[in-house]
Every structure is written in C-alpha cells, then in structure tokens.
Design a protein around this ligand. Structure first.
Ligand code: SAH
Length: 253
C-alpha cells in the first residue's frame, strides 16, 4: 500500500453484449480506466474495445476453473490502493446475479471509494432481442427474475417455484440452461399450463445470438436439438409467444 489516496473502483454493467447498448458512462469509464477487470460475459465485441494492456480477465482460467471471488476482491483493493482508476466490468447489470453486492461491500470495508454504474440487464434486453416484451397489458402485469442455478428438488432451494407459478406473470430465468428439465417440471407440478410458451435466448445481442422456442412441455428437447448453451436466458409466459407474431418484421438481432 502507498500513502497516496486510493483510486476509485467503478462496478460497471456492460449491457448484454452489443457495444451500442453500453451506457455513455460505461463507455467513458472504459476509456478513462487504468485497469479493467472483466470476465467473458460482456462478450467479445465489448472486451475487444478495451486495449489489451489494460485488461485483466477474472473469469474462467485455463483448465476451466473459475477465478475465486476472493482473488477478484483482493485484486480490486490492491489496484485501487496503488492509485488506479479501476473498472470492474460485468455483463448486463452489475447487481443482477452479478456478485456486485459482494464486491461493493468488500471495497467499502476496505475504505475504497466505489460507485455502481448500472447496465442494461440481459434479463430484459435478452428477451427484447428476440422480439419478446417482458410485460404486456394483454397477458402479464408482473415479471420475475430468477436464478435457475439451484436444483428445485433440493430442500434448500431458495427459489419457490410454486409461488412463481402462482404469480401468473412472466418468468425470466438466468443461469438456467443446465437445470431446465428440473425447473420446467417443478412449474408443471405447480399447475402451470404445459402449453405455456417458452423461449431460450443464447448470447443475446452478440453477433452469434441464437433463439429457440417451444412450450413448457417441449422446451427441453428444443434446447437439445438447437444445442443451446450458456449464457442464455429462459423466458416463460404468454409473452414468449409474441415472438412468432413479430418475427418476420424484427430487425436488429
Ligand atoms: N448481471 C448479468 C447476469 C449475470 S448471471 C445481467 O444483468 O445480465 C449470468 C447469466 O446471465 C447467464 O447464465 C445468462 O443467463 C445471463 N446472460 C448474461 N448475458 C447474456 C446474454 N448476452 N445472452 C443471454 N443470457 C445472458
């Protein structure tokens, strides 16, 4: 640690991946930062905008292991204490399933000035990129963002799928490719109509975005046939059926 005042850390959301969906502030901070810590989620186009000498990848390491969160936390403090202006760049919005809250607390505990710069979350933009509005006056007046990472058959699952089915609103599941069979079953068991439309959007707004659609009953085989892999969101609800209506007029993605 030096005697100089610490630099500031910005927890910045990159949006879903299209550089045009960066906020003006995110773009400015990427230009001004001394160092940018990122993982893969901002996508190849945005990561490619950052000069190589300023980038540090804190995503998956060679060998497939994740960089431990403790390493990232410690590195942010270290860089700030050296006086650097640091951008911690996260996919989508930094606090939507992004561990932004943990990094914020760690930086505050260590006396580092920190600011959250919101980004456009994939939970909304991912649906929109496929022509799906997350709410719609005709079908749904609520939307829930859920992690699909947990196993709904485990007792300690923090996600109450019965309660989510009962909302009748749109469900957007993040990190939900692998456990798709488990939570679609949990929703059917909770009484959700098996014909409810479901859409999977992989790498939304990236140059190689992929969309696959089906129903609560068919979506697992649709996933397998289309080869959908993370990162992808799952949109469950009547709004997912809207895609079919608008798709031939859709432009952009
Ligand atoms: N903070 C991020 C979410 C981080 S959790 C946000 O606000 O978007 C990681 C999950 O985000 C992925 O498993 C996937 O479900 C979703 N995700 C992030 N970017 C995505 C993209 N471009 N397309 C589809 N899903 C994406």
């Amino acid at each position: 640690m030096t005697d100089a005042a610490p630099g500031k850390v910005y927890l910045v959301g990159s949006g879903p991946g299209d550089p045009d969906l960066l906020t003006v502030k995110a773009k400015r901070l990427l230009e001004e930062a001394d160092v940018v810590l990122h993982d893969k989620l901002p996508g190849p186009e945005i990561i490619g905008m950052i000069p190589e000498e300023k980038r540090e990848d804190v995503g998956k390491r060679a060998g497939g292991e994740w960089t431990p969160q403790e390493y990232t936390n410690a590195r942010l403090v270290e860089l700030a204490e050296e006086g650097n202006t640091v951008v911690r760049l996260k996919g989508g919005d930094p606090t939507v399933f992004g561990r932004g809250g943990e990094e914020l607390a760690h930086l505050a505990d260590n006396g580092i000035p920190v600011e959250i710069v919101p980004g456009i979350t994939s939970a909304i933009a991912g649906a929109e990129a496929a022509g799906i509005p997350v709410t719609h006056r005709d079908y749904t007046s609520s939307v829930s963002f859920v992690t699909g990472h947990e196993d709904p058959t485990k007792d300690e699952s923090a996600v109450d799928w019965d309660a989510l089915a009962a909302t009748g609103g749109t469900l957007v599941v993040l990190m939900g490719v692998g456990k798709l069979p488990q939570y679609t079953e949990a929703l059917r068991d909770a009484g959700m109509d098996p014909d409810t439309p479901v859409a999977l959007i992989e790498r939304a707004t990236w140059p190689d975005q992929q969309v696959a659609t089906g129903t609560l009953d068919t979506i697992v085989s649709v996933r397998d046939e289309a080869g959908i892999e993370p990162p992808a969101i799952t949109v469950i609800g009547e709004v997912a059926g809207e895609r079919e209506r608008v798709v031939e007029f859709l432009e952009g993605y």
